[in-house]
Structure formats: C-alpha cells, structure tokens
Design a binder for this molecule. Structure first.
Ligand code: SF4
Length: 458
C-alpha cells in the first residue's frame, strides 16, 4: 500500500485543525481510518528499513564470508586455470580473433566467455571448499549455469540443496557447523535469513551487479514505487530480487510489458490481468492502485535493447497519463544491466552485422542451456536471420554431422549440421558469461575433426 508523504502530512494537518470545525461522523471515520493508514505507512516503512538492515547485519557477522580465503588462493587460481583456460582461444584472441584450421575459418566475437562476476563466484566457492577441509559444504543452487562447473562442484563433494518443486527446497540436511555457499545470482532474503539463524558459515558469492539490483528495488520501496522487473519470474536471480521487493510485477518481454502499459493507460479486466500474471506479482497485487508509480529494474542478463524499449514505453505511458511535468513522479529508472552482458551482446551484434562480408555459414553460441545471458546471445543472430546454434557442450556436435541445440523457444532439437563439405566452413563463435574458454575449445575441436573426416565429400 502506498501513500505520498504529502498525503500523510495533509491528513495530520487536517487532524490538528479538528478544533476549528466540527467534522461529520463520516469525515471523522475517514480521518480515523486515514490516521490508522498513516500508522501503517510508518510500520511498513519501519519493516522495509529493517529488511534491508537485516541483510547488512548478516553480512557483518563473523560467519558471513564475501572475500574468499587467502591461505588457499594460489592453489585455487592454478586449478581454475587448468580447468578453464584454452590455448586455442588464446591463439584466436592474439590473432585478431580469427583462425583457420583443417578447412574451418573461425571468427571469434570480441567479447565472450567468463565475466569477472562468474570468475569471482567460482574462486570464492572453490576457496571455501579448500579452506574448510572435512566440513560438509552445501550450495543453495547451481553456482552458475554451466554444466562443467557444477559437475566439478559435485566432484568436490559439495552437496546441492534438494529442490522440492514450487520454489521450495529441503534444507534439513544443513547442520550446525556446516558451510553453505550462496550462488552468483544470489539467494532470497528468506534463505539468507534461515541460514543466518543456523550455526553455519555462509559463503556469499553473489555478484555485486546482482546486489546493485537489490539496492535499486529497495530505492523503489523508499520512493513508494512498484518495481516492474524485466526478467523471468522463476529465474533464480529474479526470485532473489523479488524477495527484497514489497510491490512488484515481473515482465519477461515486450509483449508482457505492453500488457502492463495498456492497463496503466486504459485499465481493463482486472481478474484476467491478475490471472495472466498470477506467478509474477507480489501478494495482494492490485493493478488499479499499484501501477500509477513504478520503477524499472531488471534481471542483469536480459536483452538490454528490450529493457531500454520497455523503459521508454513506461515513461511515455506516464507522460500520457500524468502529463510531461508530473511524469517524473510516476516513473523511475536506473540501469541495472551489467557491463559484461552488454559487451557480449554488442560483440555478437558486430559479428552479425559483418556476417555477409565475412561469408559466415553460421554462428555458434556456447553456454549452459539454462543460462539466460547465453540464450539472449542466440536471439541476436536469430532475429537477424543468421543461421545460429546454442549448444551447451562439445558433445552436441555429433560424428554423424548432426548438431543438438536449444532453439529460441527453448526446445532441444537435433538437425543436420554442415551443409556443404565441398568448401571451407566459415563460422562465428561466442560464449556466455558463465562459459569457460575450454568449452569453446572443445566445441571448435569437434568441428575441426568433423571437417577433417569429411574433407573431399560432396
Ligand atoms: S553476467 Fe553480470 S551480473 Fe551475471 S555474474 Fe557476470 S558480471 Fe555478474
């Protein structure tokens, strides 16, 4: 429930001047109920501050770790290098992002692969395992959306908290003295709170870009705004973000954002609106009262152009509804797309724009199938009509000249891969922010081998 400071002040002033006139029973009721609402506002605001402060309090405790462990750092750096580095990718970058081998010409996007947030998260998790030998180490979710990294954590005997469905998890195996890792995209306030109540060491690997979004939605609340979050409501990062919100609605794309804008401007069938967004709104969400003042935030890995377009659409709607002067009191925006996401999107854009000149047969996008930022990288060539595939590891390239890939619609399909063996294969390649260079190397090596085996065929 939202009230502007001015309405609370006006109510107080009205109550203070009560002696100057004799109010009717009806207006007295209204004043009483308004005053009780202003008490509610104060309570609400107290609760909000407490929620944010609690998170900061958790972070100050001795068992909350965010900076890693120096005693094991050198060893972890070495093992990460062995696990993730790629000689082939290094060769590509030092050769102006182009390489020819076995009848395959490869153009690598100028920005690709691991972002610093992911590298930091992996380093913190690996260091925690080394620093607490003999302790049971749990993780509340996949550390990042990459199969090799999560397999490695399994190999290190890290226990993945079991998911029970409908967003619930089984924390019953977490015991006193254990260690709990929070992944790169964070954990919900409730999970943090629960872990804080247990006698465990918490390793917080949340990327600072993600906590920046939490700060943004916190600002929305302070300003009395409903957070419109451009993101997928079931994605772990968005689940964590909404746990720090009071009033929110998640929109996953332009179509859903347009539905919200249409409701802001024209109202509509409230029941149908709430039915459509039933999993994507806060408890007791009322579109009639909660969409007049909104702030935009986003899942850090969304398609940046789309976030911008949604922001512009919201701003225009507020200008239309409240006039250009007052619109600023009804819409607030703070860019929370992370640089790494944007740079990788810009780089594949560049490849797509040059695809005709370079003669690209296709673009390969390497990254976990659950990885939102990788899926968005595929959208760019797909929307431009450039043949492109999103694979999650080298096994997706079959010796029988097939490729198993994830489409934009999220289906996993297998189809014929190389179409013409009579000429060199010319390809573009990129990888998501949670993809090690080693995965790109393995995928390229499979293509080199495939071409070598089929050389000379029609
Ligand atoms: S993609 Fe951005 S938000 Fe996600 S981990 Fe990397 S730097 Fe952080």
């Amino acid at each position: 429930m939202k009230f502007s400071t001015s309405s609370v002040v006006a109510i107080a002033a009205l109550a203070g001047s009560a002696a100057a006139f004799a109010p009717s029973a009806q207006s007295l009721n209204r004043i009483t109920s308004s005053l009780s609402m202003s008490t509610e506002v104060a309570e609400e605001s107290k609760k909000r501050v407490t929620k944010k402060e609690k998170r900061l309090q958790f972070m100050k405790t001795e068992t909350f770790h965010r900076r890693g462990f120096k005693d094991v750092r050198e060893g972890v750096e070495k093992s990460m290098e062995e696990q993730f580095k790629s000689q082939l990718v290094d060769e590509l970058t030092s050769n102006d992002f182009v390489l020819e081998r076995d009848g395959v010409k490869v153009f690598l996007a100028k920005d690709f692969g691991f972002c610093w947030g992911v590298e930091r998260s992996i380093a913190l998790a690996y260091e925690a395992v080394e620093h607490f030998p003999g302790k049971t180490v749990h993780i509340t979710n996949e550390l990042i959306h990459n199969p090799e990294v999560n397999d490695k954590l399994h190999d290190m005997d890290v226990q993945f908290i079991e998911k029970l469905g409908e967003g619930k998890k089984d924390f019953s195996n977490v015991n006193d003295g254990d260690v709990v890792i929070l992944p790169a995209f964070g954990a919900s306030f409730e999970e943090m709170s629960m872990m804080n109540d247990k006698n465990v060491d918490i390793i917080d690997t949340t990327c600072p870009w993600v906590s920046k979004v939490w700060n943004t939605v916190d600002q929305h609340q302070k300003k009395g705004l409903t957070s419109v979050i451009h993101g997928k409501y079931a994605h772990e990062e968005t689940v964590a973000t909404i746990s720090f919100c009071e009033d929110y609605i998640c929109v996953k794309d332009m179509k859903e954002a347009e539905m919200v804008v249409d409701y802001i401007l024209n109202g509509g069938d409230k029941e149908a609106f709430l039915k459509y967004f039933e999993n994507a709104v806060s408890k007791d969400f009322d579109p009639d009262t909660m969409l007049d003042k909104v702030g935009l935030a986003n899942q850090t890995t969304m398609y940046k152009k789309e976030t911008r377009a949604i922001g512009q659409m919201m701003q225009k709607a507020m200008m239309k509804k409240f006039g250009p002067v007052d619109a600023k009191d009804h819409y607030w925006e703070f860019d929370t797309i992370c640089d790494a996401t944007q740079e990788r999107q810009d780089a594949i854009h560049e490849l797509v724009e040059k695809s005709d000149d370079l003669g690209l047969d296709f673009i390969l996008v390497v990254g976990g199938w659950d990885s939102s930022n990788t899926a968005h990288l595929l959208e760019i060539p797909q929307k431009a009509g450039v043949r492109s595939f999103h694979i999650n590891k080298s096994d997706c390239i079959g010796a029988d000249n097939t490729i198993t890939h994830r489409t934009m619609a999220g289906e996993i399909v297998t189809e014929k891969f190389i179409e013409d063996w009579g000429k060199d294969v010319v390809m573009g390649v990129t990888s998501g922010a949670s993809t090690p260079d080693k995965a790109v190397q393995d995928s390229l090596s499979s293509i080199f081998l495939l071409k070598k085996v089929h050389a000379g065929e029609d």
